[in-house]
Write a protein that binds this ligand. Structure first.
Ligand SMILES: Nc1nc2c(c(=O)[nH]1)N[C@H]1C(S)=C(S)[C@@H](COP(=O)(O)O)O[C@H]1N2
Ligand SMILES: [Mo]
Length: 198
């Protein structure tokens, strides 16, 4: 108890270590598979659909009325850049899932514009994921997923769906946009799960 072995080089959660194969950048690169959708907050809606077809909805006002958290976290993109200590504000998925009844294990995140990405539900809970709408103290810019994006920083950044519009719960682990194209179905940067089979 309380002993840190000097040779320890494992993952430091919340620390500033770089995952294997990553380099540091101070910029904030923009990576989008298509054009940037521009969604007015008055037209924005977010939903969670359960595996039984129950749908839970929030408009922009409802999202803003929920308790928000300040998040400082590192970002790791599969194209090998990492950005450390980024500041976000958003609503924890724990809050949004509070009244959702589900027995499903998997989630497909859907974005305005059609992007999708799949995740295990447990990776969205317990303080690991947010619907983020501020970056560095400002409203989240459209090219980075504003008005709101999914933020799941413990996985490669392609899992953090920009312009997120909803989550669909499922008993099966279906593959999203990049996962169908050969990216890893889970995407743990500390295990270098870049491509299927890694
Ligand atoms: N809707 C949507 N979300 C997306 C993407 C996308 O193309 N569309 N690209 C993903 C990828 S591959 C990365 S690395 C990050 C990039 O986020 P950024 O542009 O804010 O750096 O967004 C992810 N989320
Ligand atoms: Mo990416």
């Amino acid at each position: 108890m309380g002993i840190v072995s000097p040779g320890f080089t494992g993952r430091r959660r919340g620390g500033s270590d770089l995952p294997p194969g990553q380099y540091l950048t101070r910029d904030f690169p923009v990576l989008s598979a298509g054009p940037t959708p521009h969604i007015l907050t008055e037209h924005w809606e977010f939903s969670i659909a359960s595996e039984t077809g129950e749908v839970y909805r929030w408009d922009w006002q409802a999202l803003q009325a929920l308790p928000a958290e300040d998040i400082t976290t590192d970002l790791h993109c599969v194209t090998r850049w990492s950005k450390l200590g980024t500041d976000w504000k958003g609503v924890s998925l724990d809050t949004l899932f509070e009244d959702v009844e589900t027995g499903a294990d998997f989630v497909m995140a859907h974005s305005y514009g059609g992007y999708t990405t799949n995740l295990p539900l447990e990776d969205l809970l317990d303080g690991q994921a947010w619907i983020a709408y501020e970056y560095d103290g400002d409203p989240l810019a459209a090219e980075h997923g504003g008005p709101a994006r999914l933020l799941v920083p413990h996985l490669y950044l392609w899992k953090s769906a920009k312009w997120v519009r909803g989550l669909v719960l499922s008993d099966t682990n279906d593959l999203g946009f990049w996962e169908t194209a050969g990216y890893h179905e889970y995407g743990d940067p500390w295990k270098e799960q870049r491509y299927a089979g890694d």
